[in-house]
Every structure is written in C-alpha cells, then in structure tokens.
Ligand binder design. Structure first.
Ligand SMILES: [Zn+2]
Length: 246
C-alpha cells in the first residue's frame, strides 16, 4: 500500500474530488457544539507541514473543518513541535526538501530557535545547533505533545469521513517509522488488509486505515512521502463501514 502513496503529487485534478463539507455544528477537537463561541477553520493535517511556496505552486489546500478558535489555538505550539520533530527525516522528496529548506532558513533568521534547539536537545546524536542528516538523528520525542497532535490529525480525518467525533479522551498508541527503517510487525500485518490510500495531495500527506468490527482502528499517516506514523485506537460504537474481520 505504501507503494501507491505519494504518486499523485501535484495533480490538480485531485482538487475536484474533494467532497463539499457538510454544515458543521460540532467542534471535532472538543466534541462540543460550535454554538456562539468564536471559530476558525482547522487544517487537517496542520498547514505547518508545508511551506506556503509549495502550497501555492501546487494549489494545495488541505481539508478544513470549522472548530472553536480556542480549541484550535491550544494545539498551535504542539503542532509546531510535531513538525520540527519530523523535519530531520523530511529531505529526499520535493515536499520534504521544501519543509527542510524552510526550517533551515527560519533557523538562520533566528526564528523558532528555541523550538529547534529543544528538538535537537532531544536528539541522541547532534552537533551543536546544526541540523543533522536524517540518518543520524534519533529523537526522544516529548510523547505527550507528539501524540496529542497525531490524535488531533486522526480525529480530524475521522470526523471528515464519518461526521462523527472521536471522544477527545480516547487514547491512541502511536508509532513513528522514519524513512529507511524496517516497519514493525503490526504495520506489515495491516498491509495485508485492503485499504485505500487517501489524501488530496498524497506526495505531501496521505493516509489509510483499517477498521475492525471490534471498533479497533489502525491508521497510517504518510508525511512528505517519507515518514510513516501509525495510530491504534478503539472507537465505540464500531463503525459499520469498512469493517474487516481481524
Ligand atoms: Zn472545541
């Protein structure tokens, strides 16, 4: 399945396939009605995974959903952290190279230095304040922050597909598979199940999932056609669609 991911990068006709969003009355982040509280549109996945230059070049617009402004803002710093954790693994594709260059340029300009330094301080191999080649970096993530963002992305995608909110307290087991690493057995096992690779711009961001009758979900996200992130969780009641026997 991963072989199919990322092969459609830059094909503008994909934009036409985007379904028109239904009127949204619920904030998927907190699960509460939007009501009269201030709102804005949340990008799924976060806009930060791609520089504006590439978004413009390929007319890339990620799916959005209206959410509470406060809910959305509460993720902003963690989303920056999430992206910076993964940038060392990004180079090698057009999208990955672009986000890498943006990070280096910003760092040289003095932007995001505390964040980059924090990320690098968690790297097992590092040289001063210099970005290392991706094969040299192994990060000890702040898992709570990292998983919080993965959970938000998955819950957002789930909401777009089903218009159903996953309870924000639902725990997800998250794995990161950097490029060049042998995937864990659970990932290989899931590749045996049929799953459609989804995403309007799959060279930047793609995902697929397997949903079991038990309510267990296995989701795989692919960023920049380089980094795979998986999330395992259980929903209740189980969805009727795409059910597969474990
Ligand atoms: Zn909310």
């Amino acid at each position: 399945m991963t072989g199919k991911i990322g092969t459609r990068y830059g094909k503008h006709h994909d934009l036409a396939k985007r379904p028109k969003p239904a009127p949204i009355t619920t904030c998927y982040i907190c699960g509460e009605p939007l009501g009269d509280r201030p709102t804005n549109r949340d990008h799924i996945p976060p806009d930060q995974i791609l520089p504006a230059s590439i978004r413009r070049k390929y007319a890339i617009n990620f799916v959005t959903r209206k959410v509470h402004l406060a809910c959305n803002d509460s993720f902003k710093l963690d989303e920056e952290y999430f992206v910076h954790c993964l940038i060392p693994f990004a180079p090698g594709t057009e999208a990955g190279d672009a986000i890498w260059r943006k990070a280096v340029t910003e760092y040289r300009a003095g932007k995001n230095r505390p964040l980059v330094n924090l990320v690098l301080s968690q790297a097992k191999e590092r040289v001063g304040d210099v970005y290392l080649p991706p094969d040299k970096v192994a990060l000890d993530y702040d898992l709570d922050r990292f998983e919080r963002v993965v959970s938000k992305i998955v819950r957002g995608l789930y909401f777009c597909e089903t218009e159903t909110v996953i309870d924000p307290s639902t725990s997800m087991t998250v794995f990161v598979i950097p490029p060049g690493n042998d995937p864990p057995d659970h990932y290989k096992e899931m590749l045996k199940h049929p799953a459609e690779s989804k995403g309007n711009h799959q060279g930047v961001f793609a995902y697929w999932y397997v949903a079991f009758d038990s309510g267990v979900h296995y989701w795989a996200l692919l960023l920049w056609d380089k980094v795979i992130i998986t999330a395992i969780f259980k929903v209740d009641p189980p969805p009727a669609a795409d059910a597969t026997e474990p």
